[in-house]
Design a protein around this ligand. Sequence first.
Ligand SMILES: Cc1cc2nc3c(=O)[nH]c(=O)nc-3n(C[C@H](O)[C@H](O)[C@H](O)COP(=O)(O)O)c2cc1C
Length: 262
Amino acid sequence: MGPLAFWKHLKEIALTRPQAPASVAGSPLLRTILNRRSIRRFESREVPEETLQVILEAGRVAPSSVNLQPWSFFPFSAAQWKQHFGEAVPFAAPHAVIVCGDTHRLKSTLKEFPDSPLFEYTLAVMNASLAAMNMNVAAEALGVSSLMLSETGKSGIFHADYLKEKLALPDGVFPLMTIVFGYAKGGYPAMPPKLPASCLIFRDRYRETQPELLEDWYAKMTVGYKAAFPLKTFKGQLKFYRDHIQKAEQVLRKMVFHYPEE
Ligand SMILES: Cc1cc2nc3c(=O)[nH]c(=O)nc-3n(C[C@H](O)[C@H](O)[C@H](O)COP(=O)(O)O)c2cc1C
């Protein structure tokens, strides 16, 4: 990509804002949701305990299928994380919560679950992710920034076997992600390129996305990535994903379906 195209994409990224009609733009909750960003630079200042408790409470009261609440949370301070895992919280955040899907607790009481590992895993992932998002939005509403992690550091689904061992997780408890929390250092970054509504929202039937829209998104991701992480590339990140997915797949097959390791 030439320098002209690079700067054009970068300018578009910098100027693009979430869309909301003026009639609702004043809603504080809407502003919180639309302006949320994944933050990767934190002050060392700690978040007050009371605020952390409210964030966890937002996770606890999240909606769930049949109110089954198939999740477990493991909160850590930076010092506790260091002591437990022998390394710093990713991105030097002062707080972290590991979010797990959890059908173990339910199954020990309810006998209604037939042998259904794929369904149980899906149920746990679907619901625990909603609880994670509730915590993320609650934090943002209280001026606390966050970042969900599944691959950076040994923090999520890519290291499910490591976390299972370190946290003594029984079968049916699946580590999904770590959310790191803290006060953002510097301002919020620009919104990374989101796909246009026309690719995602359908009226009557599914429609294939025009290739130009995906190409435009890919080009913007390439530019945005370079601007945010000068030493990395989006292509390199995708390759990292491809290389790690295969191992994660093996681990999850064993963890979820009890397949023997290949
Ligand atoms: C489940 C999940 C896992 C993620 N894992 C990582 C991660 O391991 N490392 C990272 O830097 N960002 C991670 N992210 C953050 C995404 O890169 C980020 O959400 C995306 O680029 C969109 O940016 P935004 O959150 O500011 O809209 C993750 C986000 C989600 C929802």
